[in-house]
Design a protein around this ligand. Structure first.
Ligand SMILES: C[S@@+](CC[C@H](N)C(=O)[O-])C[C@H]1O[C@@H](n2cnc3c(N)ncnc32)[C@H](O)[C@@H]1O
Length: 622
């Protein structure tokens, strides 16, 4: 290269270096500024384009596998005050689970994976919609109750995310406000496989489980028709009529509800003393779905609460929304605490496998590793390890991990294995019983038995010996009602829960106590009532004096089992047919053994997991 060309070449390199340095220093100052203020705001288009492309290049190479929706999302996240450790965490497609997070290198305990400002969460507290709609009007339309307000905010964001030009929160005025979460909205699923969307025939497969009663499709549709539709008709500016048939349909309503149900968190307000205002000061964020409280978490829950006051963030929308007084009563969850949390909702979960958790601080939420995570392992948040019925209803999948041996043997050792969560996947695939549905399940699964089933069975069993001196059937019935009333007055359960069966697991003592109570001879019942002492709930092996009660319990368990659908469940009858269960007649001396055999039979626990739906939704175990 001749001298002049070499100089020009050097000058060019120098210029390129200079521009890069300038851009990078600008980027750093923006990021610092963003971290301090909870978001980067700049009118400098060149800087914005650079920051975006720089972030995309950085994250694309390491973390997001060239997924364009994620590229935009990750860039948006960084530009709005989020921090994401792209060196340790990657986002990728994980077969049969959608996207998920994986460790790009060994991650130590207590490592911050990402943080985000509270302002980036999407809730009725942070959304500009209630303010734009008018807070009084919002209340007058009942949008402050239950989840309908947040559903509307999500639908509105969705509409503008797709109809509007990408604003990413950097535009000024109302237009920018409408599209603040657009890149996030585009990451959310469009279709769900939850029972909310199953046909009547498909729902038949869930008969006997608690799922059908909790879906709440009719309540949802009523809230849509009676609350949401009238509200959107009042503002053609916010909800242009051309959007109605596309973005505000009942399908869109269900989709938004399902997004909330499967991805939202409880993000309580932070009060001036640094206390969590929602539940008494815990530091850990709760996945809404993980709480196991149906009344509060359902898409259609109608908690009579209102937008709460937000005092923990420097966000103008929140301050304005705080003008609405809360109707919150007692321990009821405040709907304005229910929030979509970008990035945090990309983490999958699996029973007993949690290795990261979301913690909150006054201004930010922080996802931290709670265990060392090896390179290549999936980063799992917790959904609270709910039973499969809840997992299916809220998330559309079920968890299958290897259960302790039902044939006895090394059951305890296996139980240790899955409670520690060690080597689950490998064990499930390669261990004894791999692929055999009898060995797989969700350890949180339970069977619920309603007290009225016990009452029904006892009615059929009332023997002359119990009531021989009691006279007519009408009197006997009156006596039963007295017993039930007393049971309930004493605080007795109306539902009994059979947990994961294991050879040593006793039947629930309250179930035994109620059965005994219903069978007591009349004088014994009166005496128990006078003493205020319901019968004991313990069974003794070889208790021949309790034969009648054991027959009742045997029948209760059989009838409960019979409530599950047979239908299209494709399970080999050789594995599960009742007559194959090793059992002896309940008149045998060791009647407790009979009950134990039936109780530990996996059939009733596996009906749900073995349904064809499960085959579609199950986690990949390979
Ligand atoms: C909070 S989101 C997690 C991110 C999600 N995978 C995605 O693609 O955006 C919850 C959803 O992820 C899926 N999911 C999470 N854990 C799963 C698992 N263990 N097996 C199957 N699907 C799972 C379910 O569809 C669930 O509704």
């Amino acid at each position: 290269m001749c001298g002049i060309h070499a100089d020009l070449h050097n000058l060019k390199l120098w210029l390129v270096d200079f521009i890069w340095c300038w851009y990078i220093s600008k980027l750093l100052s923006l990021l610092v500024q963003g971290a301090a203020s909870g978001g980067v705001e700049s009118n400098d288009v060149a800087v914005q384009i650079f920051v975006k492309s720089f972030a995309v290049a950085l994250t694309d190479a390491m973390t997001i596998n060239g997924d364009p929706v994620m590229q935009t999302f990750v860039a948006w996240f960084g530009l709005n005050g989020g921090f994401f450790d792209a060196e340790v965490m990657g986002i990728t497609d994980i077969p049969d689970t959608g996207r998920g997070a994986i460790a790009l290198r060994d991650i130590p305990l207590d490592h911050t994976l990402f943080t985000l400002p509270r302002t980036l969460t999407l809730s009725t507290r942070t959304s500009p919609l209630p303010t734009l709609f008018g807070l009084d009007a919002w209340r007058a339309h009942g949008l402050h109750k239950g989840w309908v307000g947040l559903i509307l905010c999500m639908m509105w964001e969705d509409a503008w995310a797709h109809e509007g030009e990408f604003g990413g929160g950097h535009r000024g005025g109302e237009e920018g406000m409408k599209m603040r979460w657009a890149p996030y909205m585009r990451t959310l699923p469009l279709e769900f496989d939850t029972p909310m969307f199953w046909s009547i025939e498909e729902l038949e497969e869930l008969k006997g489980t608690e799922v059908p009663d909790k879906i709440g499709r009719e309540d949802a549709e009523r809230a849509y028709r009676e609350t949401l539709v009238p509200a959107i008709k009042t503002s053609p500016t916010l909800f242009p009529p051309s959007h109605h048939d596309k973005w505000y349909t009942s399908d869109a309503y269900h989709r938004a509800g399902s997004r909330i149900l499967s991805r939202s968190f409880t993000v309580s307000r932070w009060d001036a003393d640094g206390e969590d205002k929602g539940d008494g000061g815990g530091e850990e964020e709760k996945h809404v779905e993980g709480e196991g409280d149906e009344e509060d978490v359902g898409e259609f829950a109608g908690a009579n609460t209102s937008l709460g006051s937000a005092m923990d963030v420097d966000d103008p929308h929140q301050e304005v929304n705080a003008d609405l007084d809360s109707d919150e009563e007692g321990d009821e969850e405040d709907p304005s605490d229910v929030a979509m949390v970008p990035m945090a909702d990309l983490l999958n979960a699996r029973w007993g496998s949690e290795n990261a958790k979301l913690f909150y601080e006054p201004l930010i939420l922080r996802m931290v590793s709670t265990k060392p995570i090896k390179k290549g392992e999936q980063i799992f948040n917790t959904y609270g390890d709910p039973p499969n019925s809840d997992l299916l209803r809220r998330y559309g999948h079920v968890d299958l991990v290897r259960l302790p041996s039902r044939a006895g043997g090394d059951g305890d050792a296996q139980m240790d294995e899955f409670t520690t969560g060690a080597g689950l996947e490998t064990e499930t695939v390669m261990g004894k019983g791999a692929g055999d549905i009898r060995y797989l399940g969700n350890p949180s699964d339970v069977v619920e038995i309603r007290a009225d089933l016990v009452v029904d069975v006892v009615r059929g069993f009332i023997s002359e010996s119990v009531f021989e001196k009691e006279g007519s059937g009408k009197e006997k019935e009156g006596d039963m009602e007295e017993r039930i009333e007393w049971w309930l007055d004493e605080g007795g359960d109306d539902t009994f829960t059979l947990p994961l069966p294991s050879p040593s697991e006793p039947l629930p003592p309250p179930l035994i106590s109620l059965t005994r109570l219903l069978l007591l001879p009349a004088p014994d019942f009166r005496s128990a009532r006078e003493k205020g002492k319901p019968p004991k709930g313990k069974l003794k092996r070889g208790d021949t004096g309790s034969t009648e009660m054991l027959k009742v319990l045997d029948e209760v368990l059989m009838r409960r089992e019979g409530m599950y659908a047979g239908g299209s469940v494709e399970v080999s009858s050789a594995q599960f047919c009742r007559s194959c269960i090793p059992r002896t007649s309940s008149a045998d001396v060791d009647s407790y053994g009979i009950l134990t055999t039936i109780y530990t039979h996996p059939y009733i626990h596996l009906r749900l997991a073995s349904s064809p739906h499960h085959q579609r939704c199950a986690p990949t175990l390979t």
